[in-house]
Design a protein around this ligand. Sequence first.
Ligand code: ZN
Length: 137
Amino acid sequence: MLKKVEHIGIAVKDLKASNLLFEALLGVPHYKTEAVASEGVTTSFFDVGTHKIELLEATQPNSPIAKFIAKKGEGVHHIAFEVENLEVELARLKAEGFELIHETPKEGADNKRIAFLHPKTTNGVLIELCQERSNKD
Ligand code: ZN
């Protein structure tokens, strides 16, 4: 099962400007900025109580975030759920008929292993599953 909403991902054009905007909005500074080269994005995280906000800026014109903004503009990009065991959940969701973008977990930002479900099987919502990386990984 999915444990809780871990974070909400928001696609932005200009991370610096959006960091200032979200700092003003939330009243807290972002606590980290991290590049994920494999996804062609730079991310920025805000801690808002029990949930986080992840801002995502494209670093390459062909990255998924650049394509998303070109198609839909800035805005909510994905909802990320925390899971206990990513492999178990991916197998369960595949068996339930959900289409997986990632059949196996990949490295994500913020010390997480992640995988995405295709929005065409989730009412148009891009869903990320994430599991905290343990020290032995
Ligand atoms: Zn995310």
